[in-house]
Design a protein around this ligand. Structure first.
Ligand SMILES: *Cc1c(COP(=O)(O)O)cnc(C)c1O
Length: 408
């Protein structure tokens, strides 16, 4: 049977302490034990069904984790204070001094900076490779490789990872495949395609209201328990703990994710098709011109579309900046980083979210100066939005500039 992630979320049943339709928010940092023996057992690792201390777990965080595990089809999940809190914990759980990581070269700027600048201090080295070339991926694996890391839909270039192929390589070499699915919640279910660990920044589409920072790690029960282990668990010991109030608020937003994702996808596809017809250089996985289109079609959960992210290239940073300011002045969205908001958000990745990547490396991976990344909003009237955006581009001579036209 086909995997239905939104059904899995809906099918969870919650009764609050007083029969409320939402579980009560846990408002305690610590928990009482009826006997001293139970406390000892709990610290020894036998934490099943017991709350110990809220850095370890709390009812609100467990509810959110349970819903996200259901969504990704994994045995378990644990939430963290941010997406980076999830990414760094997973990496440090799998790797130690002398370890090696094979990672896509197009990953979130913070992830890239952590692997490139921070991990070498712990003698952990990363090979950054073109994830769309499975031969290169396999050739980069060494005896010290402890994980294969990528994003299902990459930031900001929207490359599509062939998760089944990557999972087969990871399995062959007995290493975990870790997939950041922040750009494609519901659109792609990496664990169903063979990924061992799925990470999200909840800050983005999943929460969707740009009011909270959060993250999650979805994986096997064994992995999640190991991350929370009081003696050597990265989540427990690094302390990137989500607050209960945030967890309960994100859980409530998660329940409308499927409706939002469909609308984000519908609007993004419409704009991508129109911009492409106008001759703009558009990257969107739902366009046949996208190199990952076929791959996306094969992997996606059709009903949620191709996602809400697209990029256009307007030729130069000056033009990109002018267009973004002009669009903001026309109330078409906000010049802001992040994604998944009800309003369209746009930024120039080269000078913002990917500025951690050096200019030479940006050029090598095809991250150009004139690139604008859009997180398309939930606009009710996308035809009007398109007309207004087109007007903005015409005002700035962007649509007339020959160098950015496909045919040029
Ligand atoms: C934002 C983002 C992150 C980091 O998440 P935070 O919640 O900001 O820590 C990681 N990966 C991707 C793809 C992101 O977009």
């Amino acid at each position: 049977m086909k995997f239905k992630p939104a059904n899995k979320i809906q099918d969870l049943q919650y009764f609050g302490e007083f029969g409320g339709v939402n579980p009560s928010i846990s408002d305690s940092s610590t928990y009482t034990f009826l006997s001293a023996k139970t406390m000892f057992d709990t610290f020894e690792g036998n934490t099943e069904g017991c709350y110990l201390y809220s850095r370890h777990s709390s009812p609100s965080n467990l509810y959110l984790g349970e819903a996200l595990a259901a969504m990704e089809g994994t045995e378990a999940a644990t939430v963290t204070a941010s997406g980076m809190g999830a990414i760094t914990a997973v990496i440090l759980q799998f790797c130690g001094a002398g370890s090696h990581i094979v990672s896509s070269r197009t990953v979130y700027g913070g992830t890239y900076a952590f692997m490139k600048n921070f991990l070498p201090k712990l003698n952990i080295q990363t090979s950054f490779i073109d994830i769309t070339k499975p031969e290169t991926v396999e050739a980069s694996i060494t005896a010290d490789t402890k994980m294969l890391y990528c994003e299902a839909v990459s930031n900001p270039l929207l490359e599509i990872a062939d998760i089944k192929a990557l999972a087969a390589i990871a399995k062959k070499h007995n290493i975990p495949l870790v997939v950041d699915n922040t750009f494609s919640p519901l659109n792609i279910a990496p664990a169903e395609l063979g990924a061992d660990v799925v990470i999200h920044s909840l800050t983005k589409f999943i929460n969707g209201s740009s009011d909270s920072v959060g993250g999650v790690i979805c994986g096997s029960q064994e992995l999640i328990l190991s991350l929370k282990d009081v003696n050597d668990g990265a989540c427990m010991l690094l302390g990137s703990t989500m607050d209960s109030l945030r967890a309960s608020s994100i859980l409530k937003n998660l329940r409308t994710l499927h409706i939002r994702v469909k609308k984000h996808s519908e609007n993004a596809l419409y704009l991508a098709q129109q911009f492409e017809k106008d001759g703009l250089r558009v990257v969107y996985p739902g366009l046949e011109s996208h190199p990952g289109y076929k791959n996306m079609k094969e992997q996606m959960n059709e009903e949620y579309g191709f996602g809400g992210m697209l990029t256009i290239d307007v030729g130069s940073l000056d033009k990109a900046n002018a267009l973004m300011e002009h669009m903001q002045n026309n109330n078409l969205g906000y010049l802001a980083v992040s994604l998944g908001f009800y309003k369209t958000l746009f930024s120039a990745p080269g000078t913002s979210t990917s500025s951690e990547i050096s200019e030479e490396e940006q050029a090598e991976m095809g991250l150009t100066d004139g690139l604008i990344r859009f997180s398309i909003g939930l606009d009710n009237d996308i035809e009007r939005t398109y007309a207004m955006m087109k007007k903005c581009m015409q005002d700035l001579d962007i649509l007339e500039t020959e160098s950015i036209l496909k045919e040029a």
